[in-house]
Design a protein around this ligand. Sequence first.
Ligand code: C2G
Length: 140
Amino acid sequence: MKKVITYGTFDLFHWGHLEMLRRARELGDHLTVAVSTDDFTEQDKHKQCACSYAERAAIVGAIRYVDCVIPEAKWEQKPNDVREHNIDIFVIGDDWEGTFDELLGGLCQVVYLPRTPDISTSGIKHSLSRTPAPAPHSTT
Ligand code: C2G
């Protein structure tokens, strides 16, 4: 059985995230997803999430391409995760191209997949911030 792992924040889960998980799972027979914890996201990635770790992990875990969800609490945990979960392939979007080659060299195959164009969590946040919120109980 070929085991795959990927990492991400997965805040405001969108089409680009789904496509990443679908293509990651296609590379093997079992997909583990490491979801960034709230502390890691705030302190190390300097990003503020709209959804908590528990919510993001629950959404990712409910996707049918995903077999296992673990927390991502630091950058350097990847080699341990690969060993512990018997991972064959590490995969992530090409916005990270080259970043993890050294860390994972010799441990597993490292694959960078092209990002889905024209969609991102930050883009969604930006466009929503310019749209006035509807009144409570509004039907429009
Ligand atoms: N992604 C994509 N296409 C998009 C948006 C995102 O393919 N339009 C991919 C990213 O490249 C990443 C995954 O979806 O592989 C999750 O994206 P983010 O939630 O933005 O995760 P990120 O903050 O990049 O976390 O240690 C690595 C990090 O945890 C990666």
